[in-house]
Design a protein. Structure first.
Length: 221
């Protein structure tokens, strides 16, 4: 693991928000892109902290401190991009949320920020959203794209119910599904007959570039 990432791990676990942000800012000054920040710095740091928890090296409380600190860094990064970017919200609306009982929202927040950077109007609903609440919001706001996150295997039984609910909406949004399970290929492809898998932010970024050109905008494209 890179020394920069290890430094970030230490600051996240210590809850040092400003010091954690300083590490991100250093990377930006060296020319890091948003994808670099997300995929090469923040994600490896949080995955490593998760591994430490699995090995009982850090506690659940430690992991929660790291998560809230990372959340702060992402919020600050989003504000930084908003202040330094001229991107207009001209490509449609995106609704993002985690399945019910799914608490891992950091990756999806990165997805939300990436959509914003590409010029989308986002509504990030965070963790643990029941299907009924998602349906009410989707009918009211009528998003063009809905992004779902699933990271825990025993939450997957709910996924088809969410996807089918979104498929029945009029107008029907494009449904994207990501999360750690998708990234590690633990999900049967049959679940995704009505939705697109997005295993990584890099793949999402490529898809967004095509979407904005009017290419590959449908699930079956």
């Amino acid at each position: 693991m890179k020394s920069q990432t290890l430094r970030l791990v230490n600051q996240l676990l210590s809850g040092n928000q400003d010091s954690a942000w300083d590490i991100v800012e250093e990377a930006l000054q060296k020319g890091a892109s948003s994808l670099d920040i997300y995929e090469s710095l923040l994600t490896p740091a949080m995955y490593y902290i998760g591994t430490l928890w699995e090995k009982n090296i850090v506690t659940v409380a430690d992991e929660h401190v790291a998560t809230t600190t990372c959340d702060y860094v992402l919020t600050r990064y989003g504000f930084y991009k908003e202040m330094t970017s001229e991107s207009k919200k001209e490509y449609g609306k995106v609704m993002l949320f985690c399945l019910e009982e799914e608490q891992h929202f950091i990756g999806l927040k990165m997805v939300s920020l990436l959509f914003e950077e590409h010029g989308f109007d986002t509504r990030f609903l965070g963790a643990d959203l029941p299907k009924e609440a998602a349906e009410v919001m989707a009918k009211d706001w009528q998003p063009d794209i809905v992004a779902l996150s699933a990271s825990i295997s025993y939450h997957l039984d709910q996924l088809p119910q969410y996807v089918n609910m979104l498929e029945d909406l009029n107008p029907k949004p494009i449904t994207l599904v990501g999360g750690r399970l998708i990234a590690t290929n633990h999900v049967a492809s049959t679940i995704f007959e009505k939705a697109k898998q997005m295993p990584s932010l890099n793949e999402l970024n490529e898809w967004l570039l095509r979407y904005k050109k009017g290419v590959d905008i449908h699930v079956d494209a």
